[in-house]
Design a protein around this ligand. Sequence first.
Ligand SMILES: Nc1ncnc2c1ncn2[C@@H]1O[C@H](COP(=O)(O)OP(=O)(O)O)[C@@H](O)[C@H]1O
Ligand SMILES: [Mg+2]
Length: 239
Amino acid sequence: MTAHPDTIALVVEDLGKSFTLHMHGGTRLPVVSQVGFEVHAGECVVLGGPSGAGKSSILKMLYGNYLAGSGHIRVRHGRALVDIVEAEPRAILDIRRMTLGYVSQFLRVIPRVPAIEIVAEPALAAGVERTAALERASGLLHALNLPERLWRLPPATFSGGEQQRVNIARGFAGEHSILILDEPTASLDAVNREAVIGLMAARKATGTAFVGIFHDEEVRARVADRIIDVSAFAAREAA
Ligand SMILES: Nc1ncnc2c1ncn2[C@@H]1O[C@H](COP(=O)(O)OP(=O)(O)O)[C@@H](O)[C@H]1O
Ligand SMILES: [Mg+2]
């Protein structure tokens, strides 16, 4: 059961992608074709399938990092459905501020910026007032068990798992109605995997839609409302 079953958050239609390998004589590498699925508010859709099937590439197209070869990616942005494939770069930045969040597999470390500021930044960008944004950041870092003595330090020297928790907290700190997660729990221990599952459940209850990749079978079974096997969309020829 989803909390907001009638509200479409994301519609993917006929999406295709090939890479052109310029270093290899322009060889075309078809990855996926005719990908189609919908995600409703409050729902978590997990992309499954073997390594190399194209899961991360689909997430990068959803976020506008990879240009789609064909098809449409419509996201509910305010009252409109906006096609990421055709949107202007400025529109994509606006969508990323308010609608689409992305948690990558690893934190991109920004030199000298303390962890708590990195986490608060998306909330500030979405217009949340500074005190409230810092409170939200503290709440998330607490929930993810990051020791308070680390909050004022830049994460460059943190362990992999600590950096990833800063990354997840940052991803959850915005006001995004759709969150894209690329294996957020891969480098976490059982306690912190549980914390992420808890944060996701709380956001699903308020209508946030999730699209993600989760290799851990147990995590996947707990978070997924639906699993889409990406190998069903394997491209047989260049899209
Ligand atoms: N930027 C890129 N340039 C060329 N090939 C890429 C690029 N990104 C991904 N690929 C290729 O696309 C295929 C799918 O990769 P990916 O989407 O990462 O799969 P998955 O996440 O399912 O493991 C792989 O063969 C990979 O080598
Ligand atoms: Mg991947």
